[in-house]
Write a protein that binds this ligand. Structure first.
Ligand code: KE4
Length: 428
């Protein structure tokens, strides 16, 4: 029996790190089995502790849109590291990255750099409350905005009532002003604003959701979010940590043609390094310390190595044709998966936008979290492990989206479709 180095490492990790991981989804709890401990990555691939190669459709949950180890990015990071790791003082490169982001996100006039999506969403929420002087917020079931207390919440018992904590350690008071609604449910949205509109600080949404698999806001739902926020003086906050520079050069707001008041970014803008951001109109952003009353800070915010990685990444994705090629490649993948499933009589559907995709073990495309969660877990787990055994690594949970990089080749896409076809033939 050969040693499974992943298992050995998992046991060792579990002795010193809760669950053996530094972020829960990595532990494979939803799919079972042993997490793969990655040794190295290059292009569209990474290799586990047994030296097994996988085609990577996680891409670090979105950041690695160029693929792993893009030479221009590696060179930029190596150069930055030699200049210094962190200063705790302003740098020109932070200005360059801020200017690059503002040039690509017209709804932003100013931006603040931070180190994680959680930090960016939490800060945007505090800013919205500070700028409006209001306390209530709306979020949607199935949308994830990081693990700040006010956002770890599930729907209240009654329609459009205030939420209940979804995590230990979050006191009810922390979510007493958070209303959780059903995604794409216009009636609930209308009612929540009718009841609480005058006290509403903001509505936060993933306008293309990637944390309940891949679920789009319908155009009319997205339009009503914008209209009701405007009507009641609440801020519309697009959490584009996942969709920003992933679904298109101008994110979900570009795809939908909706202008939010605040935008939260992360993942791609750091190119794999700890970097996120939030931004919006000058009048709102200037409420932030040190100019205004809304405090927000961070030791490593705008870190010189992370900003070098982010800038080099943005330079590559802004090149002409980048998203056309990435979108076409992702569409080929999902259409190939659907054709393979159809041929084997498996109820299956797909969707994609830019380099982000979802597939569903059901006939129709889901419109909300409740529908996604009707997925047959056993079937998904059989697909997940069947692909993993064949060297294809997709998200280890059916409520996650998938990501294609510029480094994925036509051969990688074809091999993925063939691997899935083999599994479909015995899970229909
Ligand atoms: P981080 O704090 O993990 O950098 O970002 C939180 C966050 C905020 N907003 C959206 C839309 C997000 O998708 C995320 C993080 N996404 C998950 C993947 N579903 C990160 C993976 C993980 O938690 O390990």
């Amino acid at each position: 029996m050969t040693t499974d180095n992943n298992q050995t490492l998992f046991e060792r990790a579990s002795a010193v790190i809760p669950g053996g991981v530094n972020s829960p989804v990595r532990a494979f709890k939803a799919v079972g089995g042993t997490p793969r401990f990655i040794q190295r990555a290059q292009g569209a691939y990474f290799w586990d502790a047994n030296g097994k190669r996988y085609i990577d459709y996680i891409g670090s949950w979105g950041p690695m849109i160029l693929g792993h180890g893009h030479p221009a990015v590696v060179e930029a990071v190596q150069k930055a590291v030699l200049e210094g790791f962190s200063y705790g003082a302003p740098t020109e490169r932070e200005i360059e990255l801020a200017e690059a982001i503002l040039a690509l996100v017209p709804s932003m006039e100013m931006v603040r750099l931070v180190s994680s999506g959680t930090e960016a969403a939490m800060s945007a929420l505090r800013l919205a409350r500070g700028a409006t002087g209001r306390k209530h917020i709306i979020k949607f079931e199935g949308c994830y905005h990081g693990h700040a207390d006010a956002l770890l919440v599930k729907a209240g018992s009654g329609l459009a009532t205030f939420g209940h904590p979804t995590s230990g350690g979050v006191p009810p008071e922390a979510v007493q002003h958070t209303i959780v609604l059903e995604y794409n449910n216009i009636a609930q949205l209308e009612e929540a604003f009718a009841l609480h509109g005058k006290d509403m600080a903001c509505l936060m949404i993933e306008a293309i959701a990637g944390n309940m698999n891949f679920v789009r806001a319908t155009p009319e739902f997205a339009r009503r979010c914008r209209e009701l926020c405007t009507q009641h003086g609440a801020l519309l906050v697009f959490d584009e940590v996942m969709t920003g520079f992933r679904v298109g050069l101008h994110g979900a707001q570009g795809v939908l043609g909706i202008t939010p008041d605040l935008t939260v970014l992360g993942k791609v803008i750091g190119g794999g390094m700890p970097l996120a951001a939030f931004g919006g109109p000058r009048a709102i952003m200037e409420q932030l310390a040190p100019l205004g009353p809304v405090y927000q800070a961070g030791t490593l915010s705008g870190n010189p190595v992370a900003t070098a990685c982010g800038l080099a990444t943005l330079k590559e994705i802004a090149k002409p044709g980048f998203y056309e090629a990435l979108s076409a490649k992702t569409r080929t993948l999902v259409e190939g998966l659907k054709a393979a499933a159809d041929a084997e009589g498996v109820a299956f559907n797909v969707d994609s936008e830019g380099g982000m995709f979802g597939f569903y073990l059901m006939k129709d495309k889901p419109q909300n979290y409740g529908t996604v969660m009707t997925t047959d877990n056993a079937k998904f787990n059989a697909l997940f492990h069947g692909l993993l055994d064949r060297g294809v690594y997709i998200a280890p949970a059916l409520y996650e989206a998938g990501f294609v990089s510029a480094a994925h080749s036509d051969e990688d896409i074809a091999a993925t479709i063939e691997a899935a076809r083999q599994i479909f033939s015995h899970i229909s």
